[in-house]
Structure formats: C-alpha cells, structure tokens
Write a protein that binds this ligand. Sequence first.
Ligand code: PEP
Ligand code: MN
Length: 337
Amino acid sequence: MIVVMKAGAKPSEIEAVKEELIQLGLSVDESRGAAQTVLGVVGDAGLVDKERMAIRPGVERVVRVQEPFKRANRKFHPDDTIVKAGSLEVGGKALAVMAGPCSVESEEQVTAIAKAVKAAGASALRGGAFKPRTSPYAFQGMGIEGIRLLVEAKKATGLPIVSEMMSPHHLELFEDLVDVIQIGARNMQNFDLLKEVGASGKPVLLKRGLSSTIEEWLMSAEYIMAQGDSKVILCERGIRTFETYTRNTLDLSAIPVVKRLSHLPVIVDPSHASGQAALVEPLAMAAIAAGADGLIIEVHNNPACALCDGAQSINPDQFASLMERLSAVASVMGRTL
Ligand code: PEP
Ligand code: MN
C-alpha cells in the first residue's frame, strides 16, 4: 500500500500519518519527490482503515500495491534511484560503463586492462576473483589474491571495483575492499546470500538469473532491499531460450519493462548475453537505445589466451571504438557518456 501525500502537505501531517502506520506494526519507506511525498507501507495493509486514512489532513490518496515487490516498486519511489559507489553513479543522466576481464589473472593483466578502459572512458573496473564455473575442473578464479590485485588496479586508476561474491563467508573481505558487490546469475535466488549483502548496505549489482522471470528478479532485489539496502543495480545478462547460436538471448524488452515497474537502475551485460565478441557492440548500442542506464562489458588485453570467457571478450582497442560509437546513441537518448 502507498499513501500519497498532497503536494503542500506539512511535515507534521506527514509525521502523523507515519506514526499511525508504525503504531499498527507496519514499516514505512518515505520517498520525498520534487513535488510530493509518498509513504510506502510494508506489512499487512489489511490493518489500515483505507477510507479513514484517505481523509487524514495532508493525504491525497491511498493506493493498494498489487505487485509482490514493494520497496523495488516504482509506486513506492516514483523518482529514479541513483546508486553511488565512490565516483561511480548509476541511474543518472550519465551512462555507467563497467569494463574489465571476466577473471583477474595477474597484476599486469588487470592493471593494464584497467588503465586502457579508464582511458577509453569506463566508469568502473569489473573483474572476477571468485568464479562460478559450470565445471569444477575449470579455472575457479584467484580468490582473495584476485581481490587484492583489483585493489592495486584501483589504486593505479581510481576506478571503483565491481566483483562477484559467491559466499557469505567473504562478506567482510568484500565490505572492506570492493565498491560494488556483484551477485551472479547463478546466485540470483540464493536467498541467504541476498540477505547478507542486503544487511551490509553495500551497493549490489544483481544479475538476472539464467531462467528467471522479471518478477522473480525484482523479488530478489526485494530480498536485498528488505534488509534496508536500497542501493541495488539490476543487470540484464541474457536468458535461456531455445536459441543456441548465441550463448543466451538478450531480453531487451526487460529494460523498458523494469524501468516502468521499478525505480532501480538497469544495466546490460552484452558479453554474457551473446557469448561472442563480435556481438558485444551492436547489443551494447541496442541496450542504450532501449533505455539502459549503463553496461558491464568483458575486456581482455589478450582474449585468445583468457582463462575465462575469451570468446566474448573484446580487446581495449575494440572497447575504445565501442565507447566512441556509443556516445552518438547516448546523445540521441539524452544521456552522456
Ligand atoms: C560474470 O560476470 O563473469 C558472470 C559469471 O556473469 P553471469 O553471472 O551473468 O553469468
Ligand atoms: Mn565472464
């Protein structure tokens, strides 16, 4: 349920309504927009006498929210949310482009890539240290050492770092050293992990599950937000379909759908969506044209020798030319790069 306050509602009227709701044992999320304040109510809305609430001083209307996601719902928070992590801002006018290797492999590799993507205009460095591989025999990532090397690359470039956390055991490490905690597609419904990252209050990049519906994806965001963390960035990375030519099928329509349903920023991963370096640029352009707030792209200085996801990795020159071409699409969309 939401209680929409009148444009000129007095702070004391807003407080009185909040107090009444809290007295009923409900929790209230206040969203102060430029024009109006919206009070989002989580809990058993049946406890509220809707007619009486609607005529309280300062109240414009009371609306039931049918969707199961509440805090992630745009009705709770009509304005776009901008997620900030150091110098990175996702969801504002400027597009956010996170770029870097699938996996951290060595100090030289990650630092060289970080410098190159920074020079081309990237806003954050991505890099996996803990890798969710389909095969237990495949390279599993450098682990803690990989996080340490990301920190070195951050020192060299100033780029905030985005890295995937697979286990709640690593929360302290990520809290201290990583700017944005990535929850991978395979862990989108690992609810214990979602609760842990939510309680940490860190910015979270939540990938869409391999076969998850948009509602399931938003419910996973809700798990994080239910712990009080509103800093969630959604990432569409392709879903499983009958098509096998591409690694996954990029669900471009998810972008405008989620933008309508939710206030959270949405970015796109054209690398995992396609599995092919040659498709990264066209999908990146399409994503921005469809309204995405940014991208996360795999860039490797030697894709042929990458320990993970080389086929979909572009090199730094290709990334620089993609960024150049992207700026034209960005300006058509009223965005900057
Ligand atoms: C990744 O970003 O390297 C990754 C494993 O992505 P996803 O969880 O989308 O497969
Ligand atoms: Mn990868």
